[in-house]
Design a protein around this ligand. Sequence first.
Ligand SMILES: Nc1nc2c(c(=O)[nH]1)N[C@H]1C(S)=C(S)[C@@H](COP(=O)(O)O)O[C@H]1N2
Ligand SMILES: [Mo]
Length: 194
Amino acid sequence: MALEVRGEGAASCTVGVPELESIPRREQSSDFHCVTTWTAVGLRWSGWLFADVWRQLILPRCASAADCNFVVLKARDGYVTSLLLADLLHGDVLLADRLDGRPLDVAHGAPLRLIAPKHYGYKNVKHLSAIECHRARVPYRAAGFAFMDHPRARVAEEERGRGIPAVLLRSIYRPLVGSTIRRFAHALTKQAGT
Ligand SMILES: Nc1nc2c(c(=O)[nH]1)N[C@H]1C(S)=C(S)[C@@H](COP(=O)(O)O)O[C@H]1N2
Ligand SMILES: [Mo]
């Protein structure tokens, strides 16, 4: 299992998931805010600080990482989104493989997921498989509609979506919460049972 790092022109390189064990593990409790207005509080994640992985494993071997400012994040299920490298290097961003003392299950993003608590759930990519490095923002085809993918999606700034006021998105998303929570609860029950 590996994380692929590619960029503009330079050859891609990989970081094996087992190699992450060479970096000190980080535990972190944080709340998780889905843009559709539900929040899961006090989740105990365990994994590695993205900044440590970036500095110790990615920068030394991946030429494409050198001039990177903007990162497109890709997942095994075809999910795509992006974050500024500056946001990824924040001291609370993890590559997590454990949740609440158990190995992450597939429903919650195994084998490795991004946890960026200051950003809405949709930036917290599950089943992370590739990191694409760019000097500046590039267009990419996000999961879902373009309006759903704010470039930064900071919770504190209520950056829910792009080009549509947050207050309007709140009322559009609100009715979806019931079904999303049922899915979430179902996944948690399944995880508790495993
Ligand atoms: N690969 C992948 N990552 C993803 C998603 C997805 O569909 N695929 N959904 C996002 C959204 S919208 C949310 S709210 C969270 C949900 O995480 P959970 O399933 O662990 O509750 O994952 C995010 N990461
Ligand atoms: Mo979400």
